[in-house]
Design a protein around this ligand. Structure first.
Ligand SMILES: C[S@@+](CC[C@H](N)C(=O)[O-])C[C@H]1O[C@@H](n2cnc3c(N)ncnc32)[C@H](O)[C@@H]1O
Ligand code: SF4
Length: 496
């Protein structure tokens, strides 16, 4: 039986406490990336790196490493991860990609500002790093063990997709090299929906990973990605899937992503063409979130951060870093990093990335300060994911940023306090259960970038849709797409 509804109830006309807050369902999002930074001239990058070396400057004493591998065996219809460049895959290219990862790692490891810090974790993500040859993964891992002084004691996460992760020999190498978090996508246990969203791996692949890990006595955390609000997925179907996932595999961590429909990915087009079913209404989406909150809490999972539900009642280092509370060095094409108020994004094309590594050591072309306003933006956008905001941290910005910007942030917080999505707990603000259910929407409220305008557009539509409950196709992808097309000049460009 689904848990007792907490806010939504059976009656969709029951008022939800969001009127007046710029809140939108993450549904069709014209642009996936919310923070893009312009390239800066090479001299500026060099100057900024030199500025980082000054220990009297903005040094943080902890750092982690993110390594990006942009290859997958096939491309899922919904996915946007480094979408432009899934280069031809042969073992020579993949070994060469690994050589360049090692080159870029070595460049960073020679920098005094990196040497002065303590590593807290390494995350190899993508894409699907499990597509690299096992020999390349072994080479990369042993290299990391050699150059990172505390390699043995830090958190190490490895991303795979089930088809390639299960292949003979790989899990042994990962175990022997100390990777203690293995993360991979399952997305849905409904075979029909699974096929429709373009996943070519099978349930058998997933079984094989869990079986193999057990046979190898490999104790790494298993972190499974799932998606909901998928085309044709009903609330009850989703509830069954979640029960089955926990009963069959009992993963350490479940990352439950609301499906983001991106206009330039095939899934969105297939829905518009009627080849794939519409997902349900936003109200069903919220009911799914409410169910997963209740169900996973009951099963002993903790919502440590954003969409992550973990048996461990603490955040992983990766999640802490990802939410911008810790510095990250980004290695590999399209990798992102940040060091205090500096952001770096590596070139998206493998060839450009390799050329930069050859010519400059670090491939970034964007290393620049985002300034106090940028840091405040990042903290606020990430606050709903992080769920906790110290008032002292916020207070520091009162004098440092433009008072109008700071005022706007306080107004958004007031709106959320009034609506019960955020609670004032003395020295900090905390995102409530209702806020967690709406966290994607809360994030939209804090964005000052392009997406914010789109958020405002979407809320108008959401408000209209709220008055229109009885229609079968209420707030479907088609209608929302039409609405965005008419109201957003970004959309036609993306559709080309
Ligand atoms: C790097 S992959 C996970 C590992 C591996 N590549 C795989 O797919 O098995 C990233 C994850 O992000 C999520 N994701 C990607 N595109 C998404 C979208 N449009 N909406 C929601 N979640 C998405 C999926 O859960 C996906 O598994
Ligand atoms: S395998 Fe993972 S990263 Fe690759 S396209 Fe599919 S979801 Fe995206």
């Amino acid at each position: 039986m689904p848990a007792e509804p907490y806010y939504l109830g059976d009656n969709p006309s029951k008022p939800v406490p969001f009127d007046g807050v710029i809140t939108a369902s993450h549904y069709v999002v014209p642009l996936f990336a919310t923070m893009d930074w312009d390239q800066v001239p090479r001299e500026k990058v060099v100057e900024n790196i030199a500025g980082l070396q000054d220990p009297g400057g903005n040094l943080n004493d902890e750092i982690m490493m993110y390594i990006h591998v942009p290859y997958c065996k096939s491309f899922c219809h919904y996915c946007n991860f480094n979408r432009f460049h899934y280069p031809k895959q042969d073992s020579e290219r993949l070994e060469k990609y690994t050589d360049y990862l090692i080159k870029e790692i070595d460049w960073y490891m020679r920098q005094p500002y990196v040497q002065a810090r303590k590593f807290t974790g390494i995350y190899i993500g993508g894409g699907s790093p499990s597509t690299l040859p096992t020999s390349a993964i072994e080479r990369l891992s042993s290299h990391l063990a050699k150059v990172i002084p505390n390699y043995d004691s830090i958190e190490k996460s490895f991303t795979g997709e089930p088809r390639t992760l299960r292949r003979p020999g790989l899990l042994e190498v990962l175990r022997d090299q100390g990777w203690d978090r293995i993360t991979f996508g399952v997305e849905t246990l409904n075979p029909e929906i699974h096929r429709k969203i373009g996943r070519l791996d099978t349930r058998e692949d997933v079984d094989a990973i869990f079986d193999r890990m057990r046979d190898l006595n490999y104790k790494a955390d298993t972190c499974v990605d799932m998606m909901y609000d998928l085309p044709g997925q009903s609330l009850f179907g989703f509830q069954d899937e979640l029960t089955e996932l926990v009963d069959s595999y009992d993963p350490t961590e479940i990352d439950l992503f609301t499906t983001i429909y991106l206009p330039y990915r095939p899934l969105h087009k297939m829905i518009l063409d009627g080849r794939v079913a519409q997902p349900g209404s936003p109200w069903q989406l919220l009911a799914m979130r409410e169910h997963l909150y209740d169900f996973l809490s009951e099963k002993g999972y903790h919502n440590t951060i954003a969409e992550t539900w973990s048996k461990r009642n603490e955040r992983s280092q990766y999640q802490t870093a990802h939410c911008a509370r810790q510095d990250i060095i980004g290695i590999g094409c399209a990798a992102r990093g940040n060091v205090k108020d500096m952001v770096s994004i590596n070139p998206e094309k493998v060839d450009d990335w390799q050329k930069n590594v050859d010519e400059h050591g670090a491939s970034t072309e964007t290393l620049q300060s985002i300034g106090y306003e940028g840091v405040l933006d990042r903290i606020m956008v990430m606050f709903p994911r992080y769920k906790h905001l110290d008032k002292s941290l916020l207070g520091d910005f009162g004098e440092k940023v433009d008072s109008e910007v700071f005022e706007r942030v306080l107004n958004v917080i007031d709106g959320h306090l009034e609506n019960g999505t955020v609670e004032d707990e003395g020295d900090h603000f905390r995102v409530t259960k209702l806020g967690v259910i709406w966290h994607g929407n809360l994030q939209t409220d804090y964005l000052r970038h392009a997406l914010n305008t789109e958020g405002e557009v979407l809320i108008e539509h959401l408000t209209e849709a709220k008055e229109d409950f009885d229609r079968e196709d209420r707030f479907g992808i088609n209608e929302q797409t039409t609405f965005i097309k008419e109201n957003d000049d970004l959309y036609p460009k993306l559709m080309k």
